[in-house]
Structure formats: C-alpha cells, structure tokens
Design a protein around this ligand. Structure first.
Ligand SMILES: Nc1ccn([C@@H]2O[C@H](COP(=O)(O)O)[C@@H](O)[C@H]2O)c(=O)n1
Ligand SMILES: C[C@@]1(CO)OP(=O)(O)OP(=O)(O)OC[C@H]1O
Length: 159
C-alpha cells in the first residue's frame, strides 16, 4: 500500500467560471489558472502522482505548454489514471477537502464525487470530498482564493 498527499491553491477572480471536481458552480467569481483551475482535481492528481513517486502535475502538464491552456482538469485526471495504470498501480480510495469561505459547496459534492469516480474507474464510495470554511481567517477566509487537500492510497495491480 502506498499513500500520497496533494495540496493546491488558486486565486478567485471575476469573469472566470468556478469549476470544482468538474462541476460548474454558480458564483460571482471563478479560479484563475492556465487550465480550468479546478483546484480540487489538481490536489487529487498530485496525491495520486505522489503515491506513485511520479512527481507532480507541473512536471507532467507544464503551465508553459499551450496544449493545457483552458483544458478541463478531468481530462488531465484521465491522463494521470493512464500513467498509473501503465506503472501497474490501481487506486484504492481517495479523500479530499476543499477550503472555501464561499460559496456553499455541499449541494455539489455528490456530482463532484461521481465525476471523479467515473474518470478514475472507481465506485463513488471510494471517493470522498468534503468542504470547510476557515471561519473567515486567512486568504481562503477573506475569499481571495480556494485551496484543496487530498490524500489517496494505491496498490500494485494483481498479476
Ligand atoms: N464552502 C463550504 C464550506 C463548508 N461547507 C459545509 O459547511 C460545513 C461547516 O463548515 P465549517 O467551516 O463551518 O466547519 C462543512 O462541514 C461543510 O459541510 C460547504 O458546504 N461549503
Ligand atoms: C494544471 C496546470 C496545467 O498547465 O496549470 P494551472 O491551471 O495553472 O494549475 P497549477 O495548479 O498551477 O498546476 C500547473 C499545471 O500543471
């Protein structure tokens, strides 16, 4: 069994969609990034790559590469899954927390879990997503950005 951890932060700005776990969430601002800036999926990818000792998303999908401009992070997640499979790893489970003062994310979490599980070929029960505020403390609490943490476990595929 191997464990990995991921962490990412993106800035909230006007005139960008807010996409978390592949779900477009109605809000007055969205996350800034080279990709769609889906901070939750980025943290999950870093956890998966970390568990396999395969570096991080910046190594695999450089933000200097125009192929990734505006790309849906779920597509990058599918690429990470393929890289893990090529290295003979399968995913046991993952857990994540999104740190956002607003908007209220709980109603969108089932759809996030379904998206992530579908792309990774897992049951939704193997994918947990949580949300928390920081009680208005720090950059997340001031609404300047959103952070996400993720952990996962992998094992070598049988055979
Ligand atoms: N952006 C968020 C943040 C939190 N939630 C839900 O509210 C619960 C309480 O949050 P606290 O930060 O006050 O502990 C939390 O457990 C989440 O279920 C949310 O939906 N969206
Ligand atoms: C996802 C990538 C893709 O170019 O770009 P960003 O959306 O800027 O996200 P970041 O978390 O900075 O990770 C770097 C890149 O891999």
């Amino acid at each position: 069994m191997r464990v990995g951890i991921g962490y990412d932060v993106h800035k909230l700005v006007p005139e960008r969609p807010l996409i978390l776990g592949g779900v477009t969430i109605p809000y007055e601002r969205g996350l800034l990034g080279h990709s769609d800036a889906d901070v939750l999926v980025h943290a999950i990818m870093d956890a998966l790559l970390g568990a396999a000792a395969m570096g991080d998303i910046g190594v695999h999908f450089p933000d200097s590469d125009p192929r990734y401009k505006g790309i849906a992070s779920l597509k990058l997640l599918a690429e990470v899954k393929a890289k893990l499979a090529a290295a003979n790893y399968e995913i046991n489970n993952l857990d994540a927390v999104v740190v956002a003062q607003a908007p209220k994310l709980a109603p969108h979490i089932p759809a996030m879990r379904e998206n992530i599980a579908r792309v990774l070929g897992l049951l939704p029960a193997a994918v947990n997503v949580k949300a928390t505020t920081t009680e208005q403390l720090g950059f997340a609490g001031r609404g300047e950005g959103i952070a996400a943490y993720a952990v996962c476990t992998l094992q070598r595929a049988a055979g």
